[in-house]
Ligand binder design. Structure first.
Ligand code: GLN
Length: 533
């Protein structure tokens, strides 16, 4: 890409300092939200790890694996981008160092480097920059927001930092803004906002040739005028470009905080753009959550319950429902690995069994579903949750004793859940599941069809290898379980329901991935409604 060629696209580079977990993804998504009224915005996330994508990582390592329409398994920050920016992201927008090294190695083997020694600079940094420029060009983006994972000073993100430093020469200094998110502690006993960690983090950034235009200081309180002046003096940014990144209970408030702090105006000026924020509807939804009229508790029966990040999109789907139903939704995390005493479920208004892999905790999930069915407690099953519901029904209603999924018990007598035929000979783990958006045809008169507003079809995202075994469709349906949505060829069960119960619905998909603040997922919306009744 020749320098200056892309000057019609603007870039915002978001880096983080001091600590991990300060919310760079939410900051980047919020900036995007504020600028999205008139601009086509494309978020790009750079991750320093050597995995090609997070799909092979344990949720404890990396949190939720977010799945896109195109089947990409990407960083969970894409969940924030889609929810805050109302865009459908693509897998090419997540650039990992694993992908970068793959490209470099392929080019080297092809002989593209023509006898040169292949080096981090310029060869690796060129691959990174060209990737970002290509995304900008393909998407005809007005603005690309590049979030660099990790913290300045980490070995892992050095090459991404260097690449984005170089970008200011390529695109022109007026077309790129650097935003640095740091931490402003208020140590106990001192009771004063402290700027030193920010100063030191900015020194690290400057050593890498990046001079921030905007500093966002994550803090328990609004930053005082004094601390803003101090950070401005020591870090060489305008005082009004020091912005509070307030600790908030509700992450959806961050765009509102940034707007109050004047962030959009600073970016308009720096990048010579004009795209005024429109937060009216957004603020109304936040207000609904702040003034709840009712309260419910939902049991989350899974095995990664120690880390809420593993189920981030489910948590957000409930947040969306809480804004629309004006209610508090408490999630009770139940690890089903040792779940024996089901009376713990007596206190809840609804039960959800989310997606998952492997046999640990499976029997506990099956028993929890039995409890939901027998006591008529609203139930929502997601992917593995559908498998567990079918197994429970097969065992306890259809009389197929010992029925199971071949994922849990390869030798089960009644394999009611079995590997998808096209998955049978796949041995590689990365990116090989049935992934991405697939359309299901919905059954006339079903609960699911009415949840989707009477639509004939629904498209949701998937990530699985197993399905309801077609050999058992007949006996299961005969006993009263309704297959309320199937793949177009009728083979794959996409939705099930027990229509006589208050709410007993499960899906092979992950509808939580498409839930939005202004459009909650229909299955969650209906589930929460049933929990009140
Ligand atoms: N382990 C199951 C499968 O692979 C379910 C996957 C999931 O819940 N995402 O089919």
């Amino acid at each position: 890409m020749a320098p200056g060629q892309l000057s019609s696209t603007k870039y915002i580079i978001v880096t983080g300092g001091v600590l991990s977990g300060l919310g760079k993804g939410i900051a980047a998504a919020s900036i995007g939200h504020l600028l999205s009224s008139k601009l086509k915005i494309v978020p790009v996330k750079c991750d320093g790890y050597l995995n090609v994508d997070p799909g092979t990582m344990n949720p404890y390592e990396h949190g939720e694996v977010f799945v896109l329409d195109d089947g990409g398994e990407v960083d969970m920050d894409f969940g924030h981008y889609e929810r805050f920016l109302a865009v459908t992201c693509k897998s090419s927008w997540n650039l990992t160092m694993g992908k970068v090294f793959d490209i470099v190695r392929q080019k080297e083997r092809k002989g593209d480097y023509l006898g040169k020694t292949v080096q981090f600079i310029p060869h690796v940094t060129d691959v990174i920059k060209n990737h970002i420029f290509k995304v900008a060009e393909e998407e005809e983006a007005d603005l690309v927001i590049v979030e660099i994972g990790g913290t300045v000073g980490d070995m892992e993100n050095e090459l991404f930092l260097e690449s984005t430093r170089q970008m200011k020469e390529d695109v022109g200094r007026d077309n790129i803004a650097y935003v640095h998110l740091t931490y402003v502690p208020i140590p106990e006993g001192v009771n004063e906002q402290k700027s030193k960690p920010t100063q030191q983090s900015v020194i690290l950034l400057k050593q890498r040739g990046i001079f921030p235009d905007i500093i966002i200081g994550r803090c328990h309180e609004y930053l005082t005028k004094e601390i803003k002046t101090k950070i401005s003096n020591f870090c060489d940014v305008d005082p009004e470009a020091v912005i509070t990144g307030l600790d908030v209970e509700d992450i959806y408030e961050i765009p509102v905080v940034f707007e109050e702090e004047g962030l959009p105006g600073i970016l308009h000026k720096k990048l010579n753009i004009y795209s005024p924020p429109d937060l009216k509807k957004w603020k109304q939804l936040i207000a609904n959550r702040k003034n709840p009229e009712k309260e419910i508790t939902i049991a989350m029966c899974g095995k990664y319950t120690k880390l809420e990040d593993s189920y981030a999109s489910i948590v957000e789907s409930f947040n969306h429902c809480s804004a629309h139903h004006s209610c508090i939704i408490n999630l009770k995390w139940i690890d089903t690995t040792d779940l024996k005493d089901m009376s713990i479920l007596d206190e809840v208004n609804g039960i959800i069994v989310p997606g998952g892999f492997g046999s640990r905790g499976a029997e506990g999930k099956i028993e929890a579903i039995r409890y939901a069915r027998e006591k008529n407690i609203p139930f929502l099953g997601l992917c593995l949750g559908l498998h567990m519901a079918v197994i429970e029904f097969a065992r306890n209603v259809c009389g197929l004793e010992g029925a199971n999924s071949t994922e849990m018990d390869p030798d089960t007598k009644y394999p009611v859940i079995d590997i998808l035929p096209e998955q049978k000979n796949i041995t590689e783990k990365g990116g090989t599941m049935r992934l991405g958006a697939y359309t299901a045809v919905l059954k006339e008169g079903s609960v699911v069809k009415s949840l989707y507003g009477g639509a004939n079809e629904a498209s949701e995202r998937h990530r699985h290898r197993y399905e309801v075994n077609p050999e058992f469709h007949g006996i299961i349906e005969k006993n009263g379980m309704v297959f309320s949505g199937s793949s177009a060829d009728g083979r794959l069960v996409e939705y099930i329901e027990l229509p006589k119960l208050k709410y007993f619905v499960a899906t092979q998909a992950h509808p939580e991935l498409k839930s939005r603040m202004d459009a909650p997922s229909p299955l969650f919306y209906g589930f929460v409604k049933a929990c009140f009744e």
